[in-house]
Design a protein around this ligand. Structure first.
Ligand SMILES: C[S@@+](CC[C@H](N)C(=O)[O-])C[C@H]1O[C@@H](n2cnc3c(N)ncnc32)[C@H](O)[C@@H]1O
Length: 303
């Protein structure tokens, strides 16, 4: 089921399956079902008695997952929901606790590649970045409304952008002449602020990479959602249940690492991955997105 083309290659699939150790008849909650790549493997392991609950904030991705999982051998419930709401979701589906919780954070390749969604500095489009259409504030709203100091903080704290103050100043100067409404315009304003030529061979990553990530995180409240999810997780996991989280940058990975460590000291979790699991050379070559992926897994200890 995973090899049906869907424009997004799931990362660390072998490692996820091995470490989550999904057994027949279990209940798995895939909190970021996306295009159903990982979920396609989970349903095979679950067999006919198992249950997969898949959530996503993006109805377009959810529609693809629905199609892709249509011939799954187990029960499948897909819901348009934020993983910050896992307690409510489980109440809605009438399930108390699950055997496995999984989240593959961030955006999918399909979201990045769609210029109309405004996630990418490589494709010109409206400065939107909302994963969930129910959200009202777009990236353009933040860029054009926030005060210089607020913008600087957003860039620094969400993505550790060391040029945050320079970028914020430049954005405020430029927007006095007119709103910044496209990804292309923002990318060039950032490059000018940092005095980096994005086409130069010297610049390994595009100078606007961190700015775009910081904005995406703010628009979608990513840190707050992750924090709420991590907080709720032990209450919805059965004893012996496993939690696996894939993060793509340190701002996401650090709270996971800290949460697992704290829960270990409180004897709530046992840590399965002492160090984060990363992609091997072959996967890194085949799928550049896997290069920054870090998987952490923990097991819920009995109460
Ligand atoms: C990296 S993709 C997941 C890909 C998926 N594992 C697969 O193999 O197809 C991340 C997905 O998480 C979704 N997402 C991001 N934040 C979310 C949240 N707070 N709640 C639910 N879904 C979220 C995005 O819309 C996106 O579809």
């Amino acid at each position: 089921m995973v090899d049906k083309p869907a424009g997004h290659t799931p990362v660390l699939t072998h490692e996820v399956c091995e470490l989550l150790d999904i057994r027949e008849g279990e209940t798995v909650l895939d909190a970021t079902v996306g295009l159903g790549g990982h979920a396609g493997l989970f349903v095979q392991a679950l067999g006919s008695d198992g249950t997969l609950i898949g959530l996503d904030v993006d109805p377009a991705n959810l529609a693809t997952a629905k199609e892709r999982l249509s011939d799954a051998p187990c029960r499948v419930r897909l819901l348009h929901a934020n993983f910050a709401e896992i307690r409510t979701v489980l109440e809605t589906v009438g399930i108390d606790r699950v055997d496995v919780l999984f989240a593959d954070l961030g955006v999918s390749s399909t979201q990045l590649d769609d210029a109309g969604r405004g996630f990418s500095f490589q494709r010109d489009g409206p400065l939107d970045m909302r994963m969930d259409p129910r959200l009202e504030v777009t990236a353009a709203d933040l860029i054009n409304r926030l005060k210089e100091r607020e913008l600087g903080d957003l860039l620094y704290y969400n993505a550790q952008e060391f040029g945050a103050r320079k970028i914020a100043r430049r954005i405020c100067d430029v927007r006095r002449e007119g709103r910044i409404t496209t990804t292309g315009r923002l990318a060039s304003v950032v490059a000018r602020a940092l005095k980096v030529d994005p086409t130069s061979r010297k610049s390994k990553i595009h100078p606007a990479t961190r700015t775009f990530m910081a904005l995406r995180m703010a628009v979608n409240h990513e840190s707050e959602n992750l924090e709420t999810f991590l907080e709720a997780a032990p209450d919805v996991l059965k004893p012996g249940g496993r939690i696996g989280i894939i993060a793509f940058h340190s701002v996401e990975d650090k709270p996971v690492k800290n949460d697992f460590r704290r829960r270990k000291s409180e004897q709530v979790y046992g840590i399965v991955t002492k160090k984060p699991v990363v992609a091997d050379a072959e996967e890194r070559r085949a799928n550049p997105r896997s290069r920054s992926a870090k998987l952490r897994v923990a097991v819920r200890l009995p109460e």
